[in-house]
Design a protein around this ligand. Structure first.
Ligand SMILES: *[C@@H]1O[C@H](CO)[C@@H](O)[C@H](O)[C@H]1NC(C)=O
Ligand SMILES: [Cu+2]
Length: 142
């Protein structure tokens, strides 16, 4: 009997430790095994949650591609001119930390790669400030 209670207490203690421990930052390999290439699928972000502190790892042959961070309008227009760049990475093994909540836009600035689909939009959420819950059905007006 006593040992069963000890076991129960122990599992509760372990559960509490796991709940209180900050979730470890995740590193996302952009494009998974294929990396950051012209075959980068627009669906790659589907089902993924990016949290403040996580990072993106862009892997590609240096010189063939790059990573350029731009604003939303330049992202939509695939404006890859140098003046549109908020940040640029060229090492071929680039880690970008998602250090704040909000949307960030990344493209490849080489040739027409952006137009061909080498573009990535990530929405970063801050778990400390969850999105406000939508009001119940009855409160929504016509
Ligand atoms: C590209 O972006 C820069 C900076 O946002 C802007 O000054 C420039 O006019 C844009 N070029 C085009 C063709 O949209
Ligand atoms: Cu490219």
């Amino acid at each position: 009997m006593a040992s069963r209670q000890v076991l129960l207490l122990a599992s509760v203690a372990i559960a509490v430790v796991f709940l209180l421990a900050p979730a470890s930052a995740e590193v996302f390999m952009v494009g998974d095994a294929a990396g950051w290439t012209l075959e980068y699928p627009a669906t790659w972000t589907d089902g993924k949650t990016f949290v403040v502190g996580d990072s993106l790892m862009f892997m590609y042959p240096a010189g063939q591609h790059d990573v350029m961070e731009v604003g939303g309008a330049d992202f939509r227009a695939c404006n890859v001119s140098a003046s549109a760049a908020i940040g640029t990475w060229t090492s071929g093994m680039d880690t970008v930390t998602l250090d704040k909540a909000g949307t960030r836009w990344f493209v490849c600035s080489v040739g027409t790669h952006c137009v061909q689909g080498m573009k990535l939009l990530v929405t970063v959420v801050d778990p400390a400030t969850p999105a406000p819950a939508s009001p119940p059905e009855s409160f929504r007006c016509c």
